[in-house]
Write a protein that binds this ligand. Structure first.
Ligand code: PLP
Length: 360
């Protein structure tokens, strides 16, 4: 068996020890005689799986008691709708548009109320995070929305916007658990887990309890009401049970690795290896503005589409997978999530240096 260095933006690399444990428990989960896949979501062993997962996530992120944690379906994209449906009491919300994901969320919110774009970096092909000083926050805004790490363009907020007391809603899909966050700075944090935590099919929502309201937009489906899911502890209907189990194993792995500060340090080291090379290279260039660079997603180009294609095509010979950039940026993108080992980044840089020697 051989494993590749998988730089996919998502679904993405998972820790090998977690996959091994899942494999070992596949046929008989802890003496139950069945797989977690085959188990009732109302059973005792599953209750323990989801409760332990929540407790471990709370510990990792130091989530205050007045925040609820939900494990839901529908991906991050369903939350683009659920957030306005649940939070738009005044039917007004401010969006900062820093890439494709926040643009999609903004467009969706406009279906339900007066969503306003208060800052955008679309003019620069989203290569930077918009200026966050002197934002014109709407006095009646129900929330201010950001996507804190834009997976496609490889930017990350260098600081949080001053929302003038309005709840801050953040899509953290592609930076979830990559570094410590102060949960109390947010009204709602959410993300699909298939980028940095687990398999596709689970979205985690962390929501302050005063934002879990009965008084939501009237057409909001019951299943998409946070109040329904909070009351049912994410078990209003069948949850993505196997995915939650894998997330739980990843939370245990993160605790063993030393928690989120330790992960942040590892992630900074890994990103520095790649960015330092990019900054010294005469062939390859990083596309995101330096101050706003993501630690998780690193897009880069040679400036020559044919060379980019050759680089992508020959990557396989170096055990490097899924390095092709998103079509809206072109070139290459290396997603270097928590589970990407440092050796993977080193292998990528070694291949880049070799390629530069020949084609530079
Ligand atoms: C991938 C991604 C999404 C979309 O996630 P789905 O689970 O496919 O709906 C949304 N936001 C960000 C930042 C992403 O990276």
């Amino acid at each position: 068996m051989s494993r590749v260095y998988n730089f996919s933006a998502g679904p993405a690399v998972l820790p090998e020890v977690v996959l091994r444990q899942a494999a070992a428990e596949m046929l008989d989960y802890q003496g139950t005689g069945m797989s977690v896949m085959e188990m009732s979501h109302r059973s005792k062993p599953f209750a323990s799986i989801i409760e332990t997962a929540e407790a471990d996530l709370r510990e990792l992120m130091a989530i205050p008691d007045n925040y609820k944690v939900l494990f839901l379906q529908g991906g991050a994209t369903q939350q683009f709708a659920a957030i306005p449906m649940n939070l738009m009491q005044n039917k007004v919300a401010d969006y900062i548009v820093s890439g494709s994901w926040s643009k999609k969320a903004f467009k969706e919110a406009k279906l339900y109320g007066d969503a306003r774009c208060i800052a955008s970096s679309e003019d620069g092909n989203f290569s930077y995070v918009p200026n966050l000083d002197n934002l014109e926050i709407s006095p009646d805004a129900d929330y201010v929305y950001i996507c804190q790490n834009e997976t496609i363009y490889g930017t990350r907020y260098p600081k949080l916007p001053d929302t003038q007391g309005k709840p801050l809603v953040s899509d953290v899909s592609s930076m979830f658990l990559s570094e410590p966050m102060n949960v109390a700075d947010y009204g709602l944090i959410y993300g699909g887990v298939q980028k940095n935590i687990g398999p596709a099919g689970v979205v985690i929502v962390i929501v302050r309890d005063d934002l879990v309201m009965e008084d939501v937009l009237p057409f909001t489906p019951s299943i998409m009401r946070y109040s329904t899911q909070v009351a049912a502890k994410s078990l209003s209907n069948t949850p993505p049970a196997y995915g939650i189990y894998i997330c739980g194993l990843v939370f245990k792995w993160l605790k063993e690795m030393g928690g989120l500060s330790a992960m942040q340090q590892r992630n900074q080291e890994k990103a520095a290896i790649l960015y330092d090379y990019l900054d010294s290279s005469r062939l390859f260039k990083a596309t995101a503005r330096k101050e706003d660079r993501s630690l998780m997603n690193v897009p880069f180009v040679t400036g020559d589409a044919e060379l980019d294609a050759l680089f992508v095509a020959e990557a396989k010979n170096h055990n490097i997978e899924s390095i092709k950039g998103h079509r809206s940026v072109g070139g290459m993108r290396a997603s270097i999530y928590n589970a990407m080992p440092k050796e993977g980044v080193e292998a990528l840089v070694a291949y880049m240096a070799e390629f530069e020697k020949i084609h530079g």
